[in-house]
Write a protein that binds this ligand. Structure first.
Ligand code: NAD
Length: 388
């Protein structure tokens, strides 16, 4: 395996749109790592991404990368249903793993993967893109310095209008989205990063959740069949969270709410002050941070120090590659440092997934659900709904 001062060898599994926009540009930007292999089951997609990012070693089966001793990191950016299998195989083969969310729809499986990584001394990272926005990192730094004081209230939004047009092709969700029950979609695919920021910024255990989901655009173009079909999925949802010490939080996610990308807003109000991070591309700028104190209640914009940016980075570059460059650079540092540092890892992924599973249980039972779920059900008996 790799030692200090060596270059990390990376295999990127999945060469589609997000790999091209975020993962491959981020790996290319950091001299401490090199993408040695690119894998995709779709040969034209694979060939085009290989050409664009000058990767020569192309394959259609990810297992070839597992036996390659030059590979230190497996980066999973396939469609959701392949995440767990490949991430698990990567860990079993002794590789560090970066995986897009969710690792698995059931938090207990994500927890198993986190445990395997820990047992093998391997680092993991989830694709929690918005944690690594320079504005979010700076806000967390201010929170750690006491700027907000005791946390009181957190508001998290993930909203954009990517799927407001029914003719935008959508991949069929893994759970049956055509039945009577709304299947989880927006809250898992889009809400996960803001739930991550809630846990991270508030830093208090979650105790109970309640909320609801809606399907506002019922008939959509299904990508695989190219036909308009009934897709009973959550395209909007709203949740209330009680955290310890009386902290209250709200989470709203939707991809049928009009507004630009990436459409994330995180607000934390406390005994001394407040921070508002807004990650929405507007007038060529992809992020802002506003702060107020109890003495100076008018919110003012803060400039974000350069130390929170990747080398040469600025708020005027595309948000996806900017934020992902920080994520990848952080993962490389964590692996090369040899320390225990590992933020946004599979353990955090399990916590976020457990929160989503609790939200779903609350919606199905129309009631408050206590957290953590794992205390309630005992061995293997957690009250998860919806065929997980
Ligand atoms: N973190 C974020 O902010 C963010 C943003 C966008 C997408 N994503 C996630 O990134 C992932 C990919 O999304 P996308 O938009 O690039 O989708 P995509 O369909 O464009 O690309 C996925 C690729 O994975 C390939 N693939 C599927 N199964 C495979 C397997 N077993 N082995 C090898 N290749 C396989 C497909 O052929 C396809 O080319 C999804 O999980 C998505 O949710 C995350």
């Amino acid at each position: 395996m790799t030692h200090l001062n060596e270059t990390l060898g990376v295999a990127v599994i999945g060469a589609g749109r997000w790999a091209r926009k975020a993962h491959l540009p981020a790996w290319r930007r950091d001299r401490r790592a090199r993408v040695l292999r690119l894998v995709d089951t779709d040969e034209p997609v694979l060939a085009e991404s290989g050409r664009l990012f000058e990767v020569e070693d192309l394959a259609t089966d990810y297992r070839e990368a597992l036996d390659d001793p030059r590979i230190d990191v497996i980066d999973v950016v396939t469609s959701n249903r392949a995440h767990f299998e490949i991430a698990w195989a990567g860990l079993e083969a002794g590789k560090h793993v970066l995986c897009e969310k969710p690792v698995h729809h059931d938090f207990r499986q994500t927890q198993r993967a986190a445990d395997l990584a820990k047992a093998k001394g391997l680092k993991t990272k989830l694709g929690f893109t918005f944690r690594y926005a320079p504005a979010t990192l700076y806000a967390k730094d201010l929170i750690d310095q006491g700027f907000v004081g005791e946390p009181y209230v957190f508001n998290g939004y993930e909203q954009n209008s990517q799927w407001i047009d029914p003719s935008t092709p959508m991949r069929q969700v893994p759970q049956d989205g055509s039945g009577d029950e709304i299947a989880v979609s927006s809250i898992e695919g889009y809400g996960a990063p803001i739930i991550d920021i809630m846990h991270w910024w508030v830093g208090r255990p979650l105790e109970a959740v309640v909320g609801t989901m809606r399907n506002l655009v019922p008939v959509r173009m299904v990508r695989d069949t190219a036909r308009m079909e009934r897709l009973n999925i959550d395209d909007a949802d709203m949740w209330i969270c009680e955290l310890s010490s009386g902290v209250l939080a709200s989470i709203q996610s939707s991809y049928v709410t009009v507004g630009n990308y990436p459409g994330v807003e995180a607000r934390l109000y406390g005994s001394e002050g407040a921070v508002i991070v807004r990650l929405v591309e507007e007038r060529g700028v992809c992020q802002t941070l506003h702060t107020a104190t109890r003495q100076e209640v008018e919110f003012t914009e803060r400039s974000i120090p350069q130390r929170f940016f990747p080398e040469g980075g600025s708020s005027r570059e595309p948000w996806d590659s900017l934020f992902y460059s920080n994520l990848v650079a952080d993962f490389i540092s964590e692996i090369l440092s040899g320390s225990a540092d590992n933020q946004g890892d599979f353990q955090q992924g399990a916590l976020v997934q457990e929160t989503i599973n609790a939200f779903e249980a609350s919606y199905r039972s129309r009631s408050w659900v206590d957290f953590p779920l794992r205390q309630r059900g005992g061995a293997g008996g957690t009250p998860l709904a919806g065929g997980m």
